[in-house]
Write a protein that binds this ligand. Structure first.
Ligand code: C5P
Length: 323
């Protein structure tokens, strides 16, 4: 990680390259396996998760401001704060601080990933912010260095630097990329209400009698460079289902509905409330999405599993393009 240097002001650095704006598309994640292990002394839980991206993406645009060193954030979702409570704002401030730069930025967020949904939308946006600023400000940080900065922002952030698929351990900072071979489609179903992550962890800790150790089959996954979908599907599970299903019957209903629509398996993602189903091909996924999306209050999305990763595109005078 570069050490903090003397604070410099734009245009010293930005003037040395052409692009003063970048746009970046950043995917949602699902947890194909999520085991929540022991609580740590810092209050967080150790995790063991097989995570993968899904092609449902937010879009962010960053533009260097010539007139001020202020961070200005705009978002198309009115309920999302646009000040330092927003993870993108905090990620941008952290990058500038670590780089020792004072740079004004205009940031625009177009949200497509549902909020507080177990899909890592906020974390993905934070990771995208680090990637975009690393590029825009020519910081030269490696993926590992960016992941280290991201770990300070949230447990799901480091994963996105190892996307599309990775095994995530510890509090989320220990990430190893893995290949998942074979193609699958994912249908995400969101029931229209959020679940707060902290509350979900507290409920899980309060309702279980003991921590089930990691299975041998899951541990074996960690030593393999690639995993086949056919081997992963029978071993998919999420520790949050047991404490959350009795509170939110919609989780059980979404799973049942996806299975009746032909999903090979269906599971809660993260701490919910999104449930996803795995499908063999695009046609059956799109059919299921259309059918499930008709349920009142539910929103459904279909996308390929594990293809999307962070991609940054420079803009010079080009108009803002939609992903
Ligand atoms: O990392 P993030 O900010 O998303 O976590 C939100 C909350 O979820 C934490 O404050 C903590 O209470 C809980 N959590 C946990 N163990 C983790 C991740 C999150 O207990 N590994």
């Amino acid at each position: 990680m570069p050490l903090k240097g003397d604070r410099i002001r734009l245009p010293n650095r930005a003037a040395s390259h052409t692009a003063s704006a970048v746009r970046i598309c950043t995917p949602a994640k699902i947890n194909l396996i999520l085991r929540v292990l022991d609580r740590r002394s810092d209050g967080y839980h150790n995790l063991w998760s097989l995570m993968q991206t899904v092609a449902l993406e937010d879009e962010l645009r960053f533009q260097v401001r010539a007139d001020s060193t202020e961070l200005r954030l705009k978002c198309d979702v009115a309920s999302l704060p646009t000040d330092r409570r927003n993870l993108v704002w905090r990620a941008a401030a952290l990058v500038l601080d670590r780089a020792g730069l004072q740079v004004g930025l205009d940031i625009e967020i177009t949200k497509r990933i549902p909020l507080a949904a177990g899909l890592g939308g906020g974390s993905s946006d934070a990771a995208a912010t680090i990637v975009a600023l690393n590029h825009l400000l020519r910081l030269g940080w490696s993926g590992g260095e960016m992941a280290q900065v991201g770990a300070a922002l949230g447990s799901d952030v480091p994963f996105f630097f190892f996307a599309p698929s990775a095994i995530v351990r510890g509090r989320g900072e220990d990430v190893a990329a893995v290949m998942v071979t074979g193609a699958r489609w994912v249908v995400l179903v969101h029931p229209g209400f959020p679940i707060e992550t902290r509350w979900a962890y507290d409920r899980l800790a309060a309702t279980r009698e003991h921590v089930r150790p990691l299975s041998e089959q899951h541990s074996r996954f960690a030593s393999q460079a690639s995993l086949a979908w056919d081997d992963v599907i029978p071993l998919m599970e999420n520790d949050f289902e047991q404490p959350l299903v009795p509170v939110y019957d919609a989780i059980r209903k979404m799973k049942a509905r996806l299975l009746s629509e032909g999903a090979e398996t269906a599971l809660l993602s993260g701490s919910g409330a999104t449930v996803f189903g795995i499908f063999r091909d695009e046609d059956s996924a799109v059919r299921a999405q259309t059918s499930v999306g008709q349920v009142r209050g539910w929103r459904a999305y279909a996308g390929r599993a594990g293809t999307a990763s962070l991609s940054c595109q420079e803009e010079s005078s080009d108009p803002f393009r939609v992903c």
